[in-house]
Design a protein around this ligand. Structure first.
Ligand code: SAM
Length: 287
């Protein structure tokens, strides 16, 4: 398998299983950022919108509601298990103007043209991000827009970063290059640097590139136990434990104790809520 096949396989298997286990936190937490974007007049009635790396498809269904019956929301994901979830959710909700297909956004036909492409944390895991950005632009109509939500720097996302630092103190770190195991690709902070991202968007033909910071607290556990399990499964901390294989498993009780101490500072009556911070990145395909 080449590096890209490894990432696609990871999203369809180990990472899909983990996302399914913590779906209750993922959908509500990530919607804390997308609800802000989607509450704005981004799309018009009748627009055709691509939702990149759509995961469970909850954002695709929201977009379908915004563009109305004359519009279309199209979710694309490289993992057919996520695509299956999206189709099931649309059919259970009786939504007929949302559809889903499986494709690698970096290289496959994206079935354009679209008025708008949208991504909620769906663009940070590409092995070939430049190729992906160009392919997305080519699927947009002239003048069409791309809106991406991506994590800002680690330090402003302590719900992921604090956990990673604690795990690094305990578990030996295996880099992607040192292992044959499936991995998630570049990772959640790969698009956190505006200089790099704007240069990439510019070099792949976009204009009107803008960054807007958005901060909000998100729920990372219904209680402290839930938050510790979530941190040990997902994000950079979860990946370190998983890639350490049997040693990671052996050290889990020690990690759990450390994370309990670290995450307890975010505990509230209604769950564990931690600060999080994103960029809303917008760009346009020239007319
Ligand atoms: C962090 S998840 C975000 C999912 C969803 N947008 C959300 O906010 O819940 C990243 C998503 O990107 C998808 N993905 C990763 N690489 C991809 C690629 N090359 N082409 C299409 N989808 C990809 C993954 O399968 C996964 O569903």
């Amino acid at each position: 398998m080449n590096d890209n096949d490894i990432v696609v396989e990871a999203w369809n298997t180990v990472l899909f299983d983990k996302f399914l286990r913590f779906k209750h936190l993922i959908i509500a937490g990530l919607a804390g950022h997308s609800d802000e974007v989607l509450s704005r007049p981004l799309f018009s009635d009748g627009d055709r919108v691509l939702d990149i790396g759509c995961g469970f498809g909850d954002s695709t269904l929201k977009i379908a509601g915004i563009v109305g019956p004359a519009g279309q929301a199209v979710g694309v994901d490289c993992a057919e298990n996520f695509v299956h979830e999206g189709k099931q959710a649309a059919s259970a909700a009786g939504i007929t103007n949302a559809s889903f297909f499986t494709a690698d956004v970096q290289v496959d036909d994206l079935r354009g043209p679209y008025d708008h492409a949208f991504a909620r944390f769906g663009t940070m895991f590409f092995m070939l991000p430049g190729a992906a950005m160009r392919n997305i632009r080519m699927a947009l109509k002239p003048g069409g827009a791309l809106t991406q939500i991506v994590w800002r720097q680690r330090e402003d996302n302590p719900w992921l970063h604090d956990a990673e630092l604690r795990v690094r103190e305990i578990v030996p770190v295996t880099s992607h290059e040192e292992t044959d195991q499936l991995h998630c690709g570049p990772g959640p902070f790969s698009m956190s640097g505006p200089d790099m991202v704007s240069a990439m968007l510019k070099s792949t033909g976009y204009t009107g590139i803008r960054f807007e910071r958005f901060d909000t607290d998100i729920c990372i556990g219904r209680n402290l136990e839930d938050a510790v399990e979530f941190a040990m499964a997902l994000g950079p901390a979860g990946e370190i434990i998983r890639l350490a294989e049997s040693e990671g498993e052996r050290l889990k009780p020690q990690v759990a104790l450390a994370l309990r101490e670290t995450l307890s500072r975010y505990e509230r009556k209604d769950g564990v809520w931690a600060p999080s911070s994103t960029w809303f990145v917008t760009a346009r395909n020239p007319s």
